[in-house]
Design a protein around this ligand. Structure first.
Ligand SMILES: *Cc1c(COP(=O)(O)O)cnc(C)c1O
Length: 431
């Protein structure tokens, strides 16, 4: 399988090149040339399969031509060392809990998979991974890559804009993980990373790659848990009704992987892209115009993205057909106040504790579900990751899981950085 660039100006790439380079030469995002449909027997059997078996089938359809199948099987199994259970919240709304991994957010799936695949393709020279984070990516990537031989990770995060618990998860590790605290917003971090990839001299010297959801090895594996959600819906006996999946979205890697799943035959009827106040996608649905702008800070901070990188993939997948996109995906956008209200109401009515990101997904289902539909929202992070905020909103004490508490014992180490590329470049050249 070859990978093409969404900008159409770069040569086709092998899987190895797409994974090792991250971004194409023309700054486009790599897309697989074909999306293989999974055979009917797979869907006939899916309800009796394990999560790992489901994921291995999906992974083979994407990567099976280009990687040894036994190695791929090992990568899938060691990535998915935790479950993604589907939990009933109301009669017609279920939560797909994606926070049972080591850093308690869905990004563990993609980050762990990518670390293992990069390890598989690694050559003699050290690879340097650059990752911009608004919170969860940094922790998932740092932990996914910790102590992987031959790989060094630089995590760029906006100063004062990630929660203290999130910050501990990538600034206390040390070893092959360097945290860089940027005086700016998330979009500045993302711009620094993109500029570094475009700098030829820097690339020659450092073998740079990206672990943001622009990397195919990070975003495609996220399709695994949508198939697993469907398998669980079959077991719970409601998969015959029309399934609507609501995805709390920032950079749109998560939603985009689900759209690939649908092209592979996954019977999800439609999607909702749930946003916070950063509503460029919501506006695109209303107007047909995509107008990126600076992100604003919200209480669902991992979704504070003003220029979602995977928009390029969504537009490419639908051949820039705005109507087709609107038929499949509807939007929602919520203020901090609406998010907090939703969290309080959900706790009062159902006993379920939402985190601020999942709350956007839940509310969108409450508002938009039709009588013949069943909704699944993605609970993208554990509420304890945002403990100060969640406790204050709900007036309760969210218990901190042990694996999260362990991070908070470490010593914070990070390098302060301006938002100017020249400063970041000089820092990297000195490494
Ligand atoms: C990253 C993240 C999101 C947004 O996911 P995208 O794939 O960037 O759209 C939502 N919720 C949480 C908790 C996240 O960490």
């Amino acid at each position: 399988m070859k990978y093409y660039s969404t900008n159409g100006q770069a040569p086709l790439a092998t899987l190895e090149k797409a994974v090792v380079k991250g971004l194409a030469e023309d700054r486009g995002l790599y897309m697989p040339e074909r999306i293989n449909r999974l055979p009917q027997e797979f869907f006939d059997d899916i309800a009796s399969m394990t999560f790992q078996d489901v994921a291995y089938n999906v992974a083979s359809a994407f990567f099976g031509e280009d990687i040894d199948l036994d190695a791929l099987n090992d990568i899938v199994r060691s990535t998915l060392s935790f479950d993604c259970p589907l939990v009933r919240v109301t009669d017609n709304i279920y939560s797909l809990e994606l926070f049972h991994g080591p850093t308690l957010a869905f990004k563990d799936v993609g980050a762990r998979f990518m670390a293992r695949m990069l390890g598989y393709f690694r050559s003699e020279e050290q690879i340097n991974v650059l990752v911009a984070t608004s919170g969860d990516t940094g922790s998932a990537v740092a932990n996914g890559f910790l102590d992987v031989p031959g790989i060094h990770v630089y995590v760029l995060y906006p100063k004062g804009k990630v929660s203290p618990i999130q910050e501990c998860q990538f600034t206390t590790l040390g070893r092959n993980i360097t945290a860089v605290e940027v005086d700016g917003v998330f979009d500045d971090c993302q711009r620094l990373v993109k500029s570094a990839f475009m700098d030829e001299e820097l690339n020659r010297r450092m073998h740079l790659t990206s672990a943001n959801s622009i990397n195919v090895a990070r975003f495609l594996p996220q399709a695994f848990y949508y198939f697993w959600a469907y398998a669980q819906a079959l077991r719970l006996g409601f998969a015959r009704r029309q399934l609507v999946v609501s995805v709390p979205s920032g950079n749109f890697g998560n939603l985009c992987s689900a759209l690939f799943g649908v092209r592979m035959g996954l019977p999800i009827h439609r999607f909702i892209a749930a946003n916070n106040a950063n509503d460029v996608f919501y506006n695109y649905l209303q107007t047909g115009r995509y107008e990126p702008r600076a992100s604003v800070q919200t209480i669902a901070n991992a979704m504070d993205v003003g220029d979602p990188s995977n928009m390029a993939r969504i537009l490419d997948l639908y051949e820039y057909d705005h109507e087709a996109i609107c038929r499949h995906i509807s939007g929602a956008a919520y203020s901090d106040e609406q998010i907090a209200d939703t969290m309080r109401l959900c706790l009062a009515e159902t006993g379920y504790v939402l985190d601020p990101h999942g709350a956007c997904g839940y509310r969108a289902l409450q508002e938009q579900l039709q009588p013949n539909e069943v909704g699944i929202f993605l609970e993208t992070a554990h509420p304890a990751k945002f403990k100060e905020r969640v406790d204050k909103i709900l007036g309760i004490e969210v218990p901190i899981p042990d694996r999260l508490a362990a991070f908070m014992k470490g010593q914070k180490q990070s390098t302060p950085m301006s938002a100017e590329f020249q400063d970041f470049r000089a820092f990297l050249m000195a490494q």
